[in-house]
Design a protein around this ligand. Structure first.
Ligand SMILES: [Zn+2]
Length: 409
């Protein structure tokens, strides 16, 4: 007597024996539940003892990780700036009493991009190539991202993916897909907390273990990172710089992340996309290109990116990963992985015509009555902070919810 297909599937899930435990197998899945079913691959399972607890903030370096401890202790000269909260949660007292002079170049308060501590590189919030969009997505790898990544592949479009370490460990095959598809991978911390509200050691660990997770799973060592909620000051920039991580922010925000918590409607978000598109036509990016904050956070944010891609492609001359816009042909520590120069990337696309396909099919685009694109620098301290605080941890919650749903099968 044969077991029913249902029993077989449940048994496979329970014992972690899914047949499709390869990058290609996972990438071929189309059903959300199947994509998000928990799994384990040997390279991660065998390394778990070298990593902090998945899904939790790393408040200190594990005592048995002598390599990490030595690397942290070798960092000297960290600016003497006090943490702005506890355990990755900003303190209201700090927010309310932070000086208007912005002594720490605290982006959350002021939108500051140019460090006040000497020797630190200014943050990246735009790309140097005119009429170009530095295309990136935060908070992945999201387990059900195949439809989105399939779409990007169909357009021969690469992007910069800012990955959360915990999500990489949960869904390593999805992270491997990003590398296989030719996307750029940057660090978005281990647990998506407010970095300025962590101790020096915790901030180091949040970055360090995400680098290690990405290296373990994809084979590359990133040299770029984006602070969750943009929360960075000179102390955190300094620690990141000692891990060879360039800080990348944004100047425009789609606010797609606010929809999941009902703080914004899809109409609001479309207004932000439309405003960016209108700004291209108005000449805003004729000398310096744009970076807009968008997410791999939920199926909604990914679908919204897909819906807007033809309009963005029609408006901008070029849509490229941030490394390509910066002409960084060796974005990783590993020199055997190279990216095309901006000229080579755009030439290859124009020769295949892929930047024009699908463009111009817009339905009444350009009418843009939505709000203006929001720049952090124009916001007051309290407004900026309250705006961003509610986002803390939401990506992990989304992933945990899905994981919980899958486990409940
Ligand atoms: Zn994020």
């Amino acid at each position: 007597m044969h077991a029913s297909p249902f029993v077989t599937v449940v048994a496979l899930l329970l014992f972690g024996a899914r047949a499709e435990q390869t990058e290609q197998g996972e990438a071929a899945l189309t059903d959300d539940t199947a994509q998000c079913a928990p799994y384990s691959i040997a390279v991660v399972a065998n390394a778990l003892s070298s990593f902090p607890t998945i899904g939790q903030p790393v408040l200190s370096i594990p005592a048995n990780d002598t390599a990490a401890l030595a690397k942290f202790k070798a960092i000297t000269g960290i600016p003497n700036i006090q943490p702005k909260g506890t355990n990755g949660v900003l303190s209201n007292d700090t927010i309310n009493n932070y000086p208007a002079t912005d002594p720490d170049c605290w982006w959350t308060a002021s939108g500051c991009l140019i460090p006040k501590v000497s020797g630190l590189t200014p943050d990246t919030a735009s790309v140097p190539e005119p009429r170009t969009l530095g295309y990136g997505f935060d908070d992945g790898p999201f387990c059900s991202h195949n439809e989105f990544y399939n779409y990007l592949s169909s357009k021969n479009q690469k992007a910069t993916m800012f990955y959360i370490g915990t999500n990489v460990m949960w869904f390593p095959l999805q992270a491997q897909r990003a590398a296989a598809d030719g996307h750029e991978i940057c660090v978005h911390t281990w647990s998506h907390r407010a970095m300025t509200a962590l101790t020096n050691e915790a901030a180091f660990a949040e970055l360090y273990y995400t680098i290690q997770a990405i290296k373990l799973v994809t084979g590359v060592t990133p040299q770029c990172w984006r602070p969750p909620m943009g929360d960075v000051d000179d102390r955190i920039r300094y620690i990141a710089s000692k891990l060879n991580l360039q800080t990348i922010l944004w100047k425009y925000d789609s606010f797609d992340w606010k929809v999941a918590s009902n703080q914004a409607t899809p109409t609001d978000v479309q207004g932000h996309y439309d405003s960016l598109i209108t700004a291209v036509g108005a000449g805003t990016f004729d000398t310096v290109g744009a970076i807009m904050l968008t997410h791999e956070l939920t199926n909604y944010t990914m679908q919204t990116a897909v819906d807007n891609y033809p309009k963005l492609a029609a408006a901008f001359d070029h849509i490229v990963p941030i490394a390509v816009a910066q002409n960084k042909t060796q974005p990783y520590v590993e020199t055997n992985v190279t990216f095309p120069s901006f000229a080579a990337y755009t030439a290859s696309r124009s020769s295949t015509g892929s930047n024009s396909t699908g463009a111009g099919s817009g339905s009444g685009s350009g009418s843009a009555k939505g709000p203006s694109p929001s720049s952090g620098s124009s916001q007051g301290i309290s407004a900026g902070i309250s705006l961003r605080l509610s986002y803390a941890g939401s990506s992990l919650i989304a992933a945990l919810t899905l994981l919980g749903a899958a486990l409940a099968l």
